[in-house]
Ligand binder design. Sequence first.
Ligand code: NDP
Length: 295
Amino acid sequence: MSTVIDGKSLARTLRSRIKQAVSELQVEHNVVPGLAVVLVGEDPASQVYVRSKARQTVEVGMQSFEHRLSDNTSEGNLVQLVEELNQKMEVNGILVQLPLPGQINAERIINTISANKDVDGFHVENTGRLSIGADSLIPCTPAGCLMLLKHAVGDLSGQNAIILGRSNIVGKPVAQLLLQEHCTVTIAHSRTRDLPSICRQADIVIAAVGIPEMVKGDWIKPGATVIDVGINRITDESENGKLVGDVDHASVSEVAGAITPVPGGVGPMTIACLLQNTIIATCRQRQIKIPEAIS
Ligand code: NDP
C-alpha cells in the first residue's frame, strides 16, 4: 500500500506560517495584506470556493474584500470593477473566480488585473515570466502540487514526470515548475497515443484531466508518486454526490509509493498558496522583504 500524502496537514502548516508572516508585516511595517475576490453569478461550486477563500483570508489575519455581481453583469462593468480594485492601496491581491458567464471574455478580465496583484498567476505577464524562470506570481494549484511533491519525494532532479492535461491553469504551469526542478517532463493530453504505457515509465504522475478515476493501477510504475488534481462530483444516485479524483485511488494506491487523496490532497493546498501569493504580492508592491516564515 502506498503512503497517503496529507494535503490537509501540509496546508495547515503553511497557513500557520502565513499567519506568522502576516503578523510580522503588521508589526514591522504596519501593513495588512488585502485580498479581493470577485464572484459573478450563482455557480454553487464557485460560491463554496469564494466563501472558503474569504474565511481563510480572515483567519490568517489578512483583509478580505468580497464583490458579488449578478449573472447578467456586462464585461464592461466587470472591467470597471477590476480597474477600481487595481487602484486601491488596501487591495494587494485580486482574484476573479472562474468560470465566468458566457457574455464575458475571461482572458480580457484576467489581463485587466494588474500583473502585480494577479494572485491566481494567470495574467499573461506572469505566465510568460514563469516560462522563462523569472520571478512571477505562480498559479496556486500548480504551486500546491509542487509543495506536495517536494514533501513526498524531496529532490526532484532527474525524475521522469508525466502531466496528464495541458490546461493553462494546471497542466502547463505544473510542467514549467517541474522543468525548473530539473525533472524530465512529458505533457499528455486527449490526443496522446497509448497513455497507459507512457504513464508506466514515469516516477511522478500528475493527473489533471477532469475525468473521474481515469488513471488505473496498471498505468503506474511500482513506487511512483501520484498527485491527483482532479475534483469530480459523481452524481450517480448510488454514489450520492461523492467527490473523486482523476485517479482510481483504490487500484493506484496498491502500486504507487505515495498518492494524494481526494478530497484532502491538492485542494487544501490551493487556497493556502493563494494566501501565500497575496503576501508575496504585498511585499513586492511595498518593496518589503518577504517574511522568512514563507520564503
Ligand atoms: P481542463 O478541462 O481545462 O483540461 C483538461 C485537460 O485534460 C486537457 O488538456 C485535455 O486535453 C486533457 N484530457 C482530456 N481527456 C483526456 C484523456 N482521455 N487523456 C488524456 N488527456 C485528456 O481541466 P483543468 O486543467 O481546469 O482541470 C483538470 C482537473 O483538475 C479537473 O478535475 C478540475 O476540477 C481539477 N482542478 C482542481 C483544482 C484544485 O484546487 N484541486 C484546481 C483546478 C482544477 P486537450 O487539451 O487535448 O483537450
